[in-house]
Design a protein around this ligand. Structure first.
Ligand code: NAD
Length: 546
């Protein structure tokens, strides 16, 4: 079968046109996965892991869609159908927009302490239900249980930061002239929307939900159609935390739903995280209808290993950052630049990568799970093959890896490819457990390589020299820099700062940037002359109110 044929088949397999829910056996799931799937299906209103449909969340209700077209959500370790998400109809989308618009009238006028309390209660709910969310992520996305907990915890940190919303929204005021004050307040925008990718099903919805809502906006979330469960659970927890109906809505679907978001005259701002193609499209289409748009997109993150680095720390950091989550992180290290004598560490790097255990995410001792879909596996393995065709050396080959207990999983083992910068495997984002190795003679050569790459999400240098680190940090044209830190994702008291081709927009996600993105300033100048004051002295005259 040709690559194209099998890709088409894979894609076709993911789509169904029936609305009736079925109960396929979960027998292919391992024992742990099966019991988690059953628990999710019985305990949560909006999602399922035993083949029932996932619902939309509109106006405070979990509603079954009337869509004629549905998308299968399958466990990437077994291809078991877990749930289906609707290609939301235009009427249902309008209902969500109307619910958000109606709710905005009161939510935008709710007191700052009401909004703060909601975020605090959401924090408690998320902590209390973290297990369930992590279970859903393992089942639908495939990452390990520990990594799934990390997915939620990084989102939870945004919620916790949003608990400081009263201070974050403090305005400014000054007496600009005698008795004349100018003050600036930050006000919400209106109905906003957030479109998420598959790789962090909890963290990325939580990049936007707490900040958008705490600043007084209402929100429509469109989760990835491949792993909607975490977002549905978060929606239910928002409800349990007392969020009024319509403030948060969740609609599912693919391009038609995204286009409806971009075109809606009621939606004022769109946050997108995902790949380049969708990001560019959403930025252009959303801007055309006058929206504020922020798009976090693809990446090719380089780690530069200097010969004076702490070898053990550098190699372990590399292995974790390149292969953790099966390389499906936008901040994964996908390229290592070995400088000078550090090139001799390559065999040891390969040996350490070989020891990683690939298996289903609930299995004990698993380091990395499957990749998200057969189509993703095909793309990854064809990029490895392209390296071979273009003269690269496959130092470790993860193609053809089998996991005997899970014969149908989308397995790709850790792969290390020696390449040059003109090869496809270097130029394209692989988004799998593949580390591309590039050799450089000097720090200057390494800097030139990193800076010539179009992407600017993250980079790291490993060195024991403060001077080398300082030069690298100063000269590298990448927005997020790690010094002996492999994945320098900023905590939410800072903002995300990926740049170049990894970002479109003007205002970044979360932190100060998140507050700015979701608010607009109102500046008021008022004159109240002190000399006009009445009642400075007791008046005994009949009041006339003139
Ligand atoms: P994706 O672009 O395929 O999907 C993201 C979202 O866009 C989904 O909700 C999807 O339904 C929608 N979408 C997909 N194609 C579309 C199209 N043609 N038109 C309109 N909407 C479309 O991305 P993915 O595969 O889910 O996620 C992986 C990508 O996300 C990688 O490129 C990764 O680097 C990137 N990512 C970036 C960051 C970051 O912060 N820079 C974080 C996580 C993931």
């Amino acid at each position: 079968m040709s690559s194209n044929l099998s890709r088409t088949t894979c894609l076709r397999l993911r789509r169904t046109f029936a609305t009736a829910s079925s109960h396929p056996p979960l027998s292919k799931l391992g024992a742990t996965a099966r019991s988690k799937a059953e628990q999710i299906s019985s305990e949560w209103k909006g999602t399922s892991a035993n083949g029932e449909n996932t619902k939309n969340f509109i106006g405070g209700e979990f509603v079954e869609s009337k869509a004629p077209q549905w998308i299968d959500v399958v466990d990437p370790a077994t291809q078991t159908l877990l749930t289906r998400v609707p290609e939301t109809t235009s009427e249902e989308f309008e209902q969500a927009v109307n619910a958000a618009s109606e709710a905005y009238k009161t939510w935008s006028r709710s007191s700052i302490l009401t909004r703060q309390r909601f975020v605090m209660d959401l924090q408690h709910q998320l902590r209390a239900n973290g297990d369930a969310i992590a279970n859903s992520i393992v089942l639908e996305q495939g990452k390990t249980y520990a990594d799934a907990q990390g997915d939620l915890l990084r989102g939870l940190q945004v919620v916790e930061t949003a608990c400081g919303i009263p201070t974050a929204l403090l305005g400014e005021t000054i007496e600009v002239s005698k008795d004349m004050d100018t003050s600036t307040r930050r006000l919400p925008l209106g109905v906003c929307a957030s479109i998420a990718p598959f790789n962090f099903p909890a963290m990325i919805p939580l990049w936007t939900i707490p900040t958008a809502i705490a600043t007084g906006n209402t929100l429509i979330v469109k989760p990835s159609e491949r792993d909607p469960g975490a977002a549905m659970m978060i929606a239910e927890l928002c409800q349990r935390a007392g969020l009024p109906a319509g403030v948060l809505n969740v609609v599912h679907g693919t391009v038609p739903t995204v286009n409806a978001i971009c075109d809606s005259p009621i939606i004022k701002a769109v946050s997108f995280v995902g790949g380049d193609r969708a990001g560019k499209h959403i930025y252009e289409r959303g801007r055309k209808s006058g929206k504020r748009v922020q798009c976090n997109m693809g990446a090719k993150n380089h780690a530069v290993i200097m010969p004076d680095a702490n070898k053990n720390h550098a190699l372990n950091s590399l292995i974790g950052a390149a292969f953790g989550a099966a390389g499906q992180r936008c901040m994964a290290i996908s390229v290592v630049v070995l400088v000078g004598t550090a090139q001799s560490w390559l065999p040891e790097l390969v040996e350490r990568a070989k020891k990683l255990k690939v298996n289903q995410g609930f299995e004990q001792g698993t380091d990395l799970g499957p990749v998200i879909s057969p189509a993703a596996k095909l793309r990854i393995t064809s990029l490895i093959a392209s390296a071979e065709e273009q003269g690269g050396i496959i130092a470790l080959d993860g193609r053809g890896l089998e996991v005997p207990e899970y014969p149908d999983g989308n397995w790709v083992g850790p792969t290390v490819v020696e390449a040059t910068v003109d090869m496809r495997c270097y130029r394209e984002e692989i988004f799998g457990p593949v580390l591309v190795v590039i050799r450089a003679d000097t720090l200057d050569d390494a800097l030139a390589i990193v800076n010539a790459n179009p992407y600017g999400n993250g980079t790291a240098i490993f060195t024991q020299s403060g001077a080398t680190a300082r030069k690298f940090e100063r000269e590298v044209e990448v927005g997020q820099v790690g010094i002996n830190v492999p994945i320098p994702v900023p905590l939410p008291m800072f903002s995300w700062s990926g740049n170049k081709a990894s970002f479109l927009g003007d205002v970044p996600f979360y932190g100060r940037g998140g507050i700015d993105f979701y608010t607009q300033n109102k500046t008021t100048t008022a004159l109240w002359r002190a000399e006009d004051a009445v009642g400075n002295k007791a008046s005994v005259d009949m009041p006339t109110h003139n």
